[in-house]
Write a protein that binds this ligand. Structure first.
Ligand SMILES: [Zn+2]
Length: 303
């Protein structure tokens, strides 16, 4: 299952005839509805293009059946926008111009991007200096790292603020706009399940490809409330040799003593939760604490 390209070239020459157009529309709608669902019951899933660095493959992925085979109907393959799940018929020999023309409604809604594209200007030297001064003061006052300016999250957040400013076109007080910490927490909690589903789907796909993964397991106790926590992080390299690192869970280990057996159980539960119980393809890295290395612990089941 290497390059998806290999499978793309043998598409039949007679592309979608006019008589099959309505059926193709029906199929596209069914794919779109299924992709909107995610999780159990979904009939189709997306598989990222791994062999190409072309711009459009940052935003589009190939539509597959749940067993991982590419959908091929009406003499065509299909791709979908990974954000809004708009579905396009796609054949490699026709190129990617229709994909490049996709104006994603979600990106547009997120950031007023349509308007932005049309009105972008270069900031002046004095505006840049003003921002540099403000960021420097922020780092000093809030004791933040200077590298915050390189953080993708901070940059996206700043863009959202800028775009809102453009759309409003008038002054606005930041105190009226920025949410409270409680709102931020609610927002995170609201996103947890759907984001976990996304990670689950990615890992399922990874393990379905018969790939290996490394895990880092760590335990620590906070010094004030004496609550013990266990974190599990997965590291894996995909078909395109890109390294992925994801923290799968940080869970308190409530009042049970965290013995080797208990730790192993928690680890296995996490793996099952994320759709992998293939011990032989999971390698665990941990410190040499007795709750990790003991005869009945993680080392007894995993490399
Ligand atoms: Zn889109």
């Amino acid at each position: 299952m290497d390059a998806l390209d290999g499978k793309m070239v043998d598409v039949g020459v007679g592309s979608s005839s006019t008589s099959s157009k309505p059926d193709m529309m029906k199929l596209k709608n069914a794919i779109h509805r299924s992709l909107q669902k995610v999780g159990p019951g979904a009939q189709y899933m997306l598989k990222e293009e791994k062999a190409s660095f072309a711009q459009c493959w940052q935003r589009f992925a190939h539509v597959c059946h749940t067993d991982g085979t590419l959908v091929k109907e009406f003499h065509s393959g299909y791709v979908a926008c990974t954000k809004c799940h708009a579905v396009y018929a796609y054949e490699m020999r026709h190129g990617t111009s229709s994909l490049n023309g996709h104006r994603c409604r979600l990106v547009a809604a997120d950031a007023g991007a349509m308007r932005l594209f049309a009105t972008t200007v270069q900031p002046s030297t004095s505006q840049k200096r003003q921002v540099a001064r403000a960021v420097a003061m922020m780092c000093c006052e809030d004791l933040g790292p200077f590298s915050i300016v390189e953080d993708p999250g901070f940059r996206r957040y700043s863009q959202v603020i800028l775009d809102i400013g453009i759309n409003v076109g008038r002054g606005m007080k930041v105190d009226d706009l920025i949410p409270s910490r409680f709102t931020v927490k609610r927002q995170v909690m609201g996103n947890v399940e759907s984001l976990r589903d996304v990670v689950k789907a990615k890992l399922k796909e990874h393990f379905a490809d018969k790939m290996h993964a490394g895990f880092t397991v760590d335990l620590w106790t906070d010094s004030i409330k004496r609550t013990s926590f266990m974190s599990i992080t997965i590291h894996y390299i995909d078909n395109a040799f890109k390294l992925h690192v994801r923290t799968l869970q940080v869970q308190p280990l409530h009042d049970e003593s965290h013995t080797a057996v208990r730790v192993l159980k928690a680890f296995k539960e996490c793996l099952q939760d994320f759709g992998s119980d293939e011990n032989e393809r999971c390698v665990v890295c941990s410190d040499s604490g007795s709750n990790m290395c003991g005869g009945e612990g993680i080392r007894s089941n995993f490399k």
